[in-house]
Ligand binder design. Structure first.
Ligand code: ZN
Ligand code: ZN
Length: 118
């Protein structure tokens, strides 16, 4: 008979706390999906999180509160960029419209001179 594969329950029992290599894992952090012993995780807003994830979440919350306009910034930058690009093309187009006749005249006169010189 073929040997039975590894049993999931046994795998879990062999897991160790991420912080304490000698301790068995008792819970899994929902933030980083790492295993921790009972001491290393704590409940945060009805979720089991490790100390690191709780600190990160607290930091993120503070940052989100500080610059709540952050999500709108890319759109503002895009609009500003489009405006700049539009005005640049607008003035470039104006300049190009004004240039060609004089440019062509100068070019044809030059080629005529070069042809008559030979
Ligand atoms: Zn975590
Ligand atoms: Zn631990």
């Amino acid at each position: 008979m073929a040997s039975p594969g590894p049993i999931r329950g046994m795998e879990f029992a062999q897991l160790r706390c991420f912080n304490h290599a000698q301790r068995e894992a008792a819970a899994r952090c929902l933030g980083c999906a790492r295993f921790f012993c009972r001491e290393c995780v704590s409940e945060h807003k009805n979720r089991l999180l490790c100390a690191q994830c709780i600190a990160e979440e607290a930091q993120r919350g503070q940052q989100a509160r500080r610059n709540f306009l952050a999500p709108f910034r890319p759109a503002l930058r895009l609009m500003l960029g489009l405006l700049l690009a539009w005005s640049a093309f607008y003035f470039m187009g104006k300049a190009l419209i004004a240039v060609p006749s004089a440019f062509h005249d100068g070019l044809s006169a030059f080629s005529d001179d070069a042809g008559s010189a030979r």
